[in-house]
Design a protein around this ligand. Structure first.
Ligand SMILES: Cc1cc2nc3c(=O)[nH]c(=O)nc-3n(C[C@H](O)[C@H](O)[C@H](O)COP(=O)(O)OP(=O)(O)OC[C@H]3O[C@@H](n4cnc5c(N)ncnc54)[C@H](O)[C@@H]3O)c2cc1C
Length: 363
């Protein structure tokens, strides 16, 4: 049984804590502010790798696909240990196009996805209308992916946190920025001696470069997002410009911008204005509505688009789990499994070499 201290209480840190504690380790999570108070609580909650990943498949696609496959059982476990429901919804998705010329891109995507046993169908405009009557009549076709699903992200964070606590994880919030002294995690209040430290600090991971002696090119990319009180959609709806996803509280969430704004989490008129313009075209009933809620979060983006997951070669008592950019909710179960397997020295079942955290230059 190892003493594991996790720095960062977003979905990544909490998922790792849950997995490690249920495997019998003694886990502590230290969070600068409130667990889930950053990117994780701001997310739209989509589990949608087939719609999100445009290009040919690579190890990142396989990572996302594996995590999607883990989700049904994972969410049941989190619910069982927390007694909190977070609206897991196997709604499927529609990726809509508005020009005949874009049909080829749908066909190409479908062709390579089929090689990975992804179920999908290209629907005609009429078929889309039957599935989703509230969409604009300008849709000419859509790729229907029945396996994509979504959850309510703030509920997922609350459930993870409760599940961790119920299992006996020691969660310490509002500690400010924790630091490292050897393998001890140091906060304003205490010093936590650890056998293994996991850094799950999201967009703030770059601040650890000096301490860890390697380049960590993780940058905050702000996502602005808003919600309308609108009639529900049956599926997640994607277009090349964004997505709409309905939640059980009667809202339709429209997302999301990708801005460089350092660590600023304010929304801007321009960012929300663009979302409003786009979403009203996609779902005409929104035309006469204003969003009732607008917010933003900082996605942890990386230089090469891949997350950083695994042990540091020069400092093996430290594992990184960060840089999940647009897919941290989706990737939470697989990241937890990879990290716990790494700690337990269980051979990995999928290729993770491309996600090595020290793949960038040493400093
Ligand atoms: C608008 C928006 C929509 C999104 N939609 C989706 C989606 O639909 N599906 C999906 O899969 N993903 C989505 N994402 C991405 C997803 O939210 C992120 O990838 C994910 O939340 C990253 O989780 P994390 O735990 O790494 O980071 P965070 O949630 O940011 O957590 C990191 C935590 O570490 C803490 N921390 C940092 N430094 C320290 C320190 N020194 N000491 C102590 N604590 C520290 C921070 O306070 C923070 O709470 C979305 C993101 C945004 C912004």
């Amino acid at each position: 049984m190892a003493r594991i201290t996790i720095i960062g209480g977003g979905v990544i840190g909490l998922s790792i804590a849950f997995e490690c504690q249920r495997r019998g380790h003694n886990v502590t999570v230290v969070e600068a502010q409130q667990c889930g108070g950053q990117a994780s609580g701001a997310a739209a909650g989509m589990l949608a790798p087939y719609s999100e990943i445009e290009e040919d498949p690579d190890d990142f696609f396989r990572l996302c696909q594996r995590s999607l496959q883990l989700f049904p059982k994972w969410q049941e476990e989190i619910k069982r240990h927390s007694d909190i429901d977070f609206e897991y919804n196997e709604s499927g998705s529609l990726y809509c196009i508005y020009h005949e010329a874009d049909r080829l891109s749908l066909e190409t995507k479908q062709a390579w996805q089929r090689k990975f046993n992804v179920e999908s169908t290209i629907l005609s405009a009429e078929e889309v209308r039957v599935k989703e009557p509230g969409l604009s009549r300008d849709v000419v076709a859509a790729l229907w992916c029945p396996e994509e699903s979504h959850i309510y992200a703030p509920g997922y964070v609350a459930a993870l946190l409760q599940a961790c606590r119920n299992l006996g994880v020691h969660v310490i919030e509002y500690v400010g920025d924790a630091t490292l002294d050897g393998y001890a995690v140091v906060t304003k209040q205490e010093r936590i001696e650890s056998d293994q430290v996991v850094l799950a600090a999201g967009a703030w991971s770059m601040y650890w470069e000096k301490e860890l002696g390697c380049t960590l090119p993780v940058y905050p990319i702000r996502g602005q997002i808003c919600a309308y009180e609108a009639p529900p959609l049956n599926h997640i709806v994607f277009t090349s410009q964004g997505y709409l996803v309905a939640k059980a509280n009667g809202s339709v969430v429209a997302g999301a911008s990708e801005d460089i704004a350092d660590f600023d989490t304010n929304v801007t008129e321009h960012g929300i204005g663009r979302l409003e313009k786009w979403s009203k075209k996609v779902m005409p009933v929104l035309e006469k509505m204003d969003p009732f809620h607008k917010w933003a979060g900082l996605r942890p983006a990386t230089q090469d688009g891949f997350p950083l997951i695994g042990k540091l070669i020069k400092k093996p008592g430290v594992i990184l789990a960060t840089g999940h950019y647009r897919n941290g909710i989706l990737l939470s179960p697989i990241t937890a499994k990879i990290v716990a397997d790494e700690i337990d020295q269980v051979p990995q079942q999928i290729a993770i070499g491309q996600f090595r955290p020290d793949r960038f230059q040493a400093i």
